[in-house]
Design a protein. Structure first.
Length: 175
């Protein structure tokens, strides 16, 4: 009987390699998901910072101290020409209400103060005496923290529930 000179891998060797790849993937995937979630949360914080900056610029240059009450207000350029007050990825909110960005839903609403009707904004936006912006995760896999900011300019976080229009005095500011 003659032995064949075979080249290649046996089935057992291939199964061992597949098992090792499976173990490495099982170790790496949770870390990758945490990294993605952390990136989404950083993007949400960045969006709220951009809204604070846009509202500040809008208030001082376009609204005589008042604030825009919706994303469409800071996303609309002045009628005399120029650019909008916030980047296009935030300014493209459908009907001015919310925008989904990096796994978070970002919303801008008028604050608890009364609407300002005696001032006309340079772009025709509805005005308010204060504002609140929220960033809430679309699902638990995109983020676990809820973020909010208002006309004070501080960004707050909550690990359990959305802020829902008001920032309580017990909210934790981001450092």
């Amino acid at each position: 009987m003659k032995m064949r000179d075979s080249k290649g891998f046996t089935l057992i060797e291939l199964l061992i390699v597949v098992a090792i790849i499976g173990i490495i993937a099982a170790i790496a995937v949770p870390g990758l998901l945490r990294a993605r979630m952390s990136g989404n949360e950083a993007s949400a914080i960045g969006s709220l910072r951009a809204i604070n900056s846009a509202e500040s610029t809008f208030s001082s240059s376009c609204a005589q101290g008042a604030y825009a009450s919706a994303l469409a207000g800071i996303g609309t350029p002045p009628t005399g020409g120029g650019q909008s007050f916030v980047s296009p990825d935030i300014a493209t909110a459908s009907s001015g209400a919310t925008v989904d960005k990096s796994g978070y839903t970002v919303a801008l609403t008028a604050g608890t103060g009364a609407a300002v009707s005696t001032i006309t904004a340079c772009n025709g936006a509805a005005l308010a005496s204060s504002y609140e912006a929220d960033a809430d995760p679309v699902s638990a896999s995109t983020g676990t923290r809820h973020f909010a900011t208002d006309s004070r300019g501080t960004i707050f976080q909550n690990n359990t529930t959305a802020f829902g229009g008001t920032i309580p005095s017990t909210a934790t500011p981001i450092q």
